[in-house]
Design a protein around this ligand. Structure first.
Ligand SMILES: Cc1cc2nc3c(=O)[nH]c(=O)nc-3n(C[C@H](O)[C@H](O)[C@H](O)COP(=O)(O)O)c2cc1C
Length: 153
């Protein structure tokens, strides 16, 4: 089973921390969607899309990669945000399903936020993602990998 995470994390690198922890523990490949690198998504079975949330949405460079998902792949979403909302990640779910892929779910947690007035007071969620939140992302990924190994049944 070959897996990759395509991420965008331009605010404070919070989302990258989740993706990097998964990479380090499970040997998953990782690409920065905002660095202009190209990735052949055909080469992977499991493809994750990781992003901070801007105005309720994943970063455009990340969703642009999702729009290129080859049919038959398995996809998942990872994100960090100021305040969680059940809708975050639905974009990736909808794109994956539209492209004939299996959507395996999402993991999201708080990330450091300095948007607008928060900047003046040093930002919110300063110590996020925490070690526990990163462990949560690792457990989430472990579950996905197990599902893949069991043939998505
Ligand atoms: C311009 C801007 C818009 C944002 N919009 C949202 C939002 O709609 N909902 C939310 O929960 N967080 C929002 N945030 C907070 C970011 O999603 C959060 O800081 C995230 O951890 C950034 O991820 P990154 O450091 O990986 O880029 C926003 C932050 C900025 C700077």
């Amino acid at each position: 089973m070959k897996a990759v995470i395509i991420y965008g994390s331009h605010h404070h690198g919070s989302t990258k921390k989740l993706a990097q922890a998964i990479t380090e523990r499970y040997g998953v490949e990782i690409f920065d969607a905002e660095a202009g690198e190209d990735v052949d998504l055909e080469a992977y079975d499991l493809i994750g899309f990781a992003s901070g949330i801007d105005f309720g949405e994943f970063y455009p460079a990340v969703t642009a990669f999702a729009e290129r998902l080859p049919a038959g792949k398995a996809g998942f979403a990872l994100y960090t945000c100021a305040k969680d909302n059940a809708k975050y990640g639905e974009q990736i779910r909808d794109i994956a399903q539209k492209r004939g892929c299996v959507y395996l779910g999402k993991y999201g947690c708080k990330g450091y936020n300095t948007y607008g007035p928060w900047k003046i007071i040093g930002g919110m969620n300063k110590n996020h993602p925490t070690r526990e939140e990163i462990e949560g992302a690792l457990r989430f990924y472990q579950g996905l990998a197990a599902q893949m190994e069991n043939g998505l049944s």
